[in-house]
Design a protein around this ligand. Structure first.
Ligand SMILES: Nc1ncnc2c1ncn2[C@@H]1O[C@H](COP(=O)(O)OP(=O)(O)O)[C@@H](O)[C@H]1O
Ligand SMILES: [Mg+2]
Length: 240
């Protein structure tokens, strides 16, 4: 059996006393690209946040590379090689592009930080000419590129992305998914929540469908894409 980078069983989590996730089972194998889809408000962002130590953990098993990390703090998870790109507010608009990238590695020495920034810009060269501009001046697509670049500064092995193509033009959606796919080709395991489900599933190995804080369906991405019932509800009809 392939090694699991993430193995979640019966995860129950929420915000304070408000329970949102009611027993989630999900696994991700090393090297996989896995997409979570589901209607607004069903707990997709909450799940990603729960994995990254940003929610209230109640119960369940969360293993990362076979190690029990349930309830761990975010900084501990980052040190284990997990990184996260939030759905909103994922760049500091009043800082420059360079400063945003530096924030991704504020514990690193200047030399290592600069190397990491150079590495991450290799994946997103569009940002090179914008390094001294404020993040506020970037287009939506460039902001997402910056947010992902920043998440790469910690050299993650496992990248969690929350709706990285939301509110982007189809051209930028495609570009962002292409770059994420390239990251996966480079050896980073990818778990993504996507509104543009068809596009993301087309690059995924497997998918999960959430509803009301539970997993209601899972399978190979190709099968989910062809499932008429799921297509009708989540994929925008039968596609082009
Ligand atoms: N910080 C929060 N405190 C309390 N409830 C929240 C918070 N964030 C989200 N929720 C609630 O959790 C539920 C799931 O939200 P979310 O995980 O963002 O859904 P999705 O990402 O699938 O659209 C929603 O009912 C939402 O109102
Ligand atoms: Mg969300």
């Amino acid at each position: 059996m392939a090694e699991r980078i993430l193995d979640v069983k019966n995860l129950q989590a929420g915000y304070g006393s408000v329970q949102i996730l009611h027993g989630i089972d999900i696994y991700v194998e090393k090297g996989e690209f896995v997409t979570i889809i589901g209607p607004n408000g069903c707990g997709k962002s909450t799940f990603i946040k729960a994995i990254f130590g940003l929610c209230t953990f109640y119960n369940g098993d969360v293993e990362h590379n076979g190690e029990d990390v349930a309830g761990w703090r975010t900084d501990q998870l980052v040190r284990r090689g997990i990184s996260y790109v939030p759905q909103v507010d994922n760049v500091f608009p009043s800082l420059t592009v360079a400063e945003n990238l530096q924030m991704g590695g504020n514990r690193l020495s200047a030399r290592v930080l600069n190397e990491r920034i150079d590495d991450s810009l290799e994946m997103f060269p569009d940002l090179i000419s914008r390094m001294h501009d404020l993040a506020a001046s970037l287009s939506g697509g460039q902001r997402q590129m910056l947010a992902i670049s920043r998440a790469l500064i910690s050299k993650p092995k496992f990248l969690l992305l929350d709706e990285p193509t939301a509110a982007l033009s189809p051209l930028f959606q495609q570009q962002i998914i292409d770059r994420i796919d390239a990251l996966r080709q480079s050896g980073i395991t990818v778990l993504i929540v996507e509104q543009n489900a068809r596009l993301s599933l087309s690059r995924s190995d497997r998918g999960y469908v959430f509803a009301s804080g539970k997993v209601v369906h899972t399978g190979k991405a190709a099968d989910i894409l062809e499932d008429p019932e799921i297509g009708e509800y989540f994929l925008g009809g039968t596609g082009e």
